[in-house]
Design a protein around this ligand. Structure first.
Ligand code: SF4
Length: 394
C-alpha cells in the first residue's frame, strides 16, 4: 500500500509541475489560493485543450471538498405523464395531448409503482413530468401525499421549476402558493430540470414556450427561501456556445450566493435521437469532461457536482469522478427522459454496481439521501433490503 501512495504522490507532483508550466498556471494559483474564478477564467478553461491540466485543477477542488468520497443514492424515478404544452425542440419525451405515445398515470398507478419496490431501501423518489394542460392541482397534491403515506422515510423530490410555474398559471395563483401547497403535501426538494441554458438566444431557438431563465431562477429562489432545497442543471452539447455555458454557471453561482439553497449542479449531456434538432455534432468526451471540470471550478459555492450516468454513460461518468464530479446519482430504475432521446446507458444500476464503479475509479462510495446525509446500514451488503436497520446520520 505504501508504494502505491508514494507513486500517487509522485504523479501528483509531476501533474502540479505540468499545470504550473501550462497556459492555466495563473488559474492554478487562484485555485490554490481559493480565489473565485472570473468569467474570463471560465472561458479560458473551456478554450484550453489541456484536458489533463483542467482535470487536475478540478480534482484539486473536488478533493478539497470531499476527499475520496463519492456519493450515490438509492432512488426511484417516476414520470407521471409526458403530456406537455411546451413542445421543446430537444425533448424526445413529451407528447401533445391526444398524440400517440402520450400517457398520464393515475395516482393509483403511481402508488403501485412505489408499492412494488417497498422491500428496497429507497431513500429518494424523484417525480417529474410534462406540463399537462388540464390535470387538476389536486392530482399533484394527492400524488405526493399518497407516496409519502406508503414511503414516509423517502424524500419526495418532485416537480421542476417549470412544472411549478405551469401549475401556478393553470391555477391562477402565485408560484409561492404552489410551492407552499406542495411543501405541505410532502415535497421536500425540487429536481433541477428545466433550466436548460439561460441564454435567451438558445431558448428562443429551442424552447420559446417554456418558462424563461428569470422565471426558473425566481422559482428556485422562492423554494429556497421557504426552506426547500433544489438542484440545478445545464443542458449542454446542442446549440449553445461555451460562453453561454459559462454565463449559465455564473447565474447559478450568483443565485447560490443569495440563497445557498442549491444542493447539486448537474450538467446534462444532450442526447441527439428523436428530437427536433438536426445537424448537431455528437458530443465528444472532451466536451463532457470539460463541462464537468469547469463547473467544479466556477461553482465554488456548490458543494456537489453530479456525473449523471444515465446521460453520460457509465464509463464517462466514472472518469468524471477524477474531473470534478463527486456524485453519481443513483439506482434510478425505469428512466424515460434520457432513453427516449437515445441514451445508451442501462435503465438501472444496482447498489453493488454503483459502488463497484466508484471503487474501480479509486474512490470511496458513500450512500447518501437527497440532502447528502450519509446513510449507514448495519450490513456489509447495502443491496440487501434492510431499510429497517438503516439510519441517517444527522
Ligand atoms: S422538456 Fe419538459 S417542458 Fe419541454 S417539452 Fe419536454 S417535458 Fe415539456
Amino acid at each position: 500500500m505504501e508504494s502505491v501512495s508514494i507513486i500517487s504522490e509522485h504523479s501528483s507532483d509531476i501533474a502540479k509541475r505540468w499545470v504550473q508550466k501550462s497556459e492555466l498556471a495563473d488559474i492554478y494559483d487562484k485555485v490554490m489560493a481559493e480565489r473565485r474564478l472570473s468569467r474570463d477564467d471560465g472561458l479560458r478553461l473551456f478554450q484550453s485543450n489541456d484536458l489533463l491540466a483542467l482535470g487536475f485543477l478540478a480534482n484539486l477542488v473536488r478533493e478539497r471538498f470531499h476527499g475520496e468520497k463519492t456519493y450515490w443514492v438509492y432512488n426511484q424515478h417516476i414520470n407521471y405523464s409526458n403530456v406537455c404544452v411546451n413542445g421543446c425542440r430537444f425533448c424526445a419525451f413529451s407528447r401533445r395531448q391526444g398524440e400517440e405515445g402520450g400517457f398520464v398515470l393515475t395516482v393509483e398507478k403511481v402508488v403501485n409503482k412505489v408499492r412494488e419496490r417497498l422491500d428496497e431501501p429507497i431513500r429518494e423518489i424523484h417525480v417529474v413530468g410534462g406540463c399537462h394542460p388540464d390535470l387538476p392541482f389536486s392530482y399533484y397534491l394527492d400524488l405526493v401525499r399518497e407516496i409519502k403515506k406508503i414511503r414516509p422515510e423517502a424524500v419526495v423530490k418532485a416537480f421542476t421549476a417549470v412544472e411549478v410555474a405551469h401549475l401556478a398559471q393553470n391555477e391562477g395563483v402565485t408560484t409561492s402558493e404552489v410551492l407552499q401547497a406542495l411543501g405541505e403535501a410532502g415535497v421536500e426538494a425540487l429536481p433541477g430540470g428545466g433550466a436548460e441554458v439561460f441564454s435567451n438566444r438558445v431558448r428562443q431557438l429551442l424552447c420559446p414556450e417554456k418558462l424563461n431563465s428569470d422565471g426558473w431562477l425566481q422559482v428556485a429562489k422562492e423554494a429556497h427561501l421557504m426552506g426547500m432545497r433544489s438542484n440545478a442543471t445545464l443542458l449542454y452539447g446542442h446549440l449553445e456556445t461555451a460562453a453561454e455555458r459559462v454565463d449559465h454557471m455564473l447565474a447559478l453561482r450568483e443565485a447560490q450566493d443569495e440563497t445557498g439553497g442549491f444542493i447539486t449542479f448537474i450538467p446534462l449531456a444532450f442526447q441527439t435521437a428523436n428530437t427536433g434538432i438536426s445537424g448537431v455534432e455528437p458530443r465528444t468526451g472532451f466536451t463532457d469532461l470539460k463541462t464537468i471540470a469547469v463547473s467544479r471550478l466556477l461553482l465554488d459555492n456548490f458543494a456537489h457536482i453530479k456525473a449523471y450516468w444515465i446521460m453520460l454513460g457509465v464509463k464517462m461518468a466514472q472518469i468524471a469522478l477524477h474531473f470534478g464530479a463527486d456524485d453519481l446519482d443513483g439506482t434510478v430504475m425505469e428512466e424515460r427522459i434520457g432513453h427516449m432521446a437515445g441514451a445508451q446507458s442501462a435503465e438501472a444500476l444496482t447498489p453493488d454496481e454503483l459502488q463497484g464503479l466508484i471503487r474501480a475509479a479509486g474512490r470511496q462510495p458513500v450512500e447518501r439521501d437527497t440532502f447528502f446525509k450519509q446513510v449507514v446500514r448495519s450490513t456489509k451488503s447495502p443491496s440487501i433490503p434492510l431499510y429497517e436497520r438503516g439510519k441517517i446520520l444527522k
